[in-house]
Design a binder for this molecule. Structure first.
Ligand code: URA
Length: 186
């Protein structure tokens, strides 16, 4: 099995897609590498690209509040993105960019070995749960795959754009807390 150090070396030198040309930093992940729960976003934006850490932008501040609302923080969870390099202009990562980078994400979750993976937004959900996943229709549902409970909720950026979605996101967060309690007490 590959180690974190080996993974970091490979990803930091990755040139498998065009995103490597414009990146300032590879953004691998942050948090507890033995966490029971992992959160997966879309990809770095400007601040993450400059700092090399996921979710440090305003959406990241909201993610921290969402975690705190269910008794979690960055020391208790592991946070990563589908793609590790910033798509220019914050466009959606292309299917081929996602496909290459998903291999790294899969290694990350093999190493972390979480009980729960929470997809933040559509790009994470279509990459990890199912290609036709709709956040509107299926957020908050639980899908058990290969020993891991997957769910999806709104991306914090979507909540910043449309505050009316926060009530539904709160329902999802409560369900995530309940599932985590259930699995940690098994
Ligand atoms: N949005 C994401 O999906 N990931 C980040 O790291 C920051 C913003």
């Amino acid at each position: 099995m590959i180690t974190w150090e080996e993974l970091e070396k490979i990803v930091n030198n990755c040139q498998r897609c065009e995103l490597c040309r414009s990146r300032h930093n590879v953004v691998l992940g942050v948090g507890n590498r033995n966490a029971d729960i992992m959160f997966v976003g879309e990809g770095p934006s400007y601040h993450e690209d400059m700092q090399g850490e996921p979710f440090v932008d305003p959406a990241g501040k909201l993610l921290d509040k969402m975690l705190a609302s269910i008794g979690l923080d960055r020391q208790k969870v592991y946070i990563a993105n589908v793609v590790k390099c910033r798509p220019p202009g914050n466009r959606d990562p292309l299917p081929e960019e996602r496909a290459f980078c998903l291999n790294y994400l899969r290694v990350q979750y093999m190493l972390v070995n979480p009980k729960i993976i929470v997809c933040l937004g559509r790009i994470a959900a279509i990459s990890l749960i199912s290609p036709d996943f709709s956040i509107t229709r299926s957020r908050g549902k639980w899908i058990y795959k290969k020993g891991v409970e997957f769910t999806a909720t709104y991306h914090p950026s979507a909540l910043l754009r449309d505050e009316s979605k926060k009530r539904l996101a709160w329902e999802d967060l409560k369900s995530i807390r309940e599932k985590l309690n259930e699995l940690e007490n098994k």
